[in-house]
Design a protein. Structure first.
Length: 283
């Protein structure tokens, strides 16, 4: 109120606010912009000063040509898609059933199950790496998409169950009651009544789980030897000599694997916003 009564103070506050927004935007976008710029520069230009690197270095598409002619990178893209999509699909399916049971039904040990799920989700990957490696190797799943999907479920299922359970609790119970009156079974109610209502939460949870699987490195490095995912393939890029680090192709590959994530976020933007704000206001 005081700021609105004083035009000068109000203008200063608005100016400081927009300056803060600008600083945050530059801080968040600068690394990505620099990566894009580096992907269009030759390796020899990396030693230039920042001013010359931005304005005077020659633009080239050779880094992207190198990336798309790399058979390992193309195979890694396909392997990453299979592993990420498979993990997300199974996580959403299992997580939906678990969330429906934990959010709607009362049974002994319900709180303990929720605490176990939360405890599993906070464990670092390195803590389960040794035991999980033995399980995957003994099952004959080493270096296979199924083995990688199985390992990714370790952190995607707890995440999806916890998020979807909170969402299911906020769905009005009248929807289920109406379906039960019409003779629907709990399974039919879940698929035909609750799933359409849960779609924003499913999209949001699935996209976040997909990003985690797409960018995962430790499990992909440990449980594969030849069928590597994109993060491992990019980390193994090598130059002409052992002392040459091909930053141009690395940045180009990083941009290529980031574009699908940006596209998914833009396509499902409305669903993501609805899913994140669901349950924030009641009544």
């Amino acid at each position: 109120m005081l700021a609105k009564r004083n035009p000068f103070l109000y203008a200063v506050q608005r100016g400081l606010f927009y300056l803060l927004v600008l600083v945050i935007a530059v801080y968040l976008l600068f690394p990505f912009a620099w990566a894009v710029l580096t992907s269009f520069r030759k390796s020899g230009d990396l030693g230039l000063s920042p001013f010359d690197f931005i304005f005077h270095a020659q633009t080239t598409f050779s880094n992207y040509v190198t990336v798309f002619t790399n058979d390992s990178f193309i195979r890694g893209l396909g392997f990453s898609v299979i592993a990420a999509v498979g993990s997300v699909a199974l996580s959403l399916l299992i997580g939906s059933f678990a969330a429906y049971a934990l959010g709607r039904f009362r049974f002994p040990g319900k709180a303990a199950v929720l605490y176990v799920i939360l405890g599993v989700s906070v464990f670092p990957q390195i803590a389960v790496l040794g035991g999980l490696f033995l399980v995957i190797r003994n099952l004959g799943l080493f270096n296979t998409p199924i083995g990688l999907i199985f390992s990714y479920l370790i952190f995607t299922i707890p995440f999806t169950v916890w998020v979807l359970t909170s969402f299911v609790r906020d769905i009005p119970g009248e929807l289920e009651e109406a379906a039960l009156v019409d003779g629907a079974t709990p399974l039919v109610t879940l698929f035909r009544v609750l799933f359409p209502v849960m779609m924003p939460a499913l999209v949001t949870t699935g996209l976040l789980a997909f990003i985690n699987c797409w960018n995962e490195y430790l499990f992909a490095l440990t449980f594969t030897s030849t069928n590597r995912t994109v993060p491992v393939v990019i980390a193994n890029f090598s130059g002409a000599t052992q002392f040459d680090q091909p930053w141009g192709p690395i940045m180009a590959a990083s941009i290529v694997v980031t574009i699908p994530l940006i596209a998914l976020v833009l396509i499902f933007q409305r669903n993501i916003v609805s899913g994140l704000t669901a349950g924030a206001v009641k009544g």
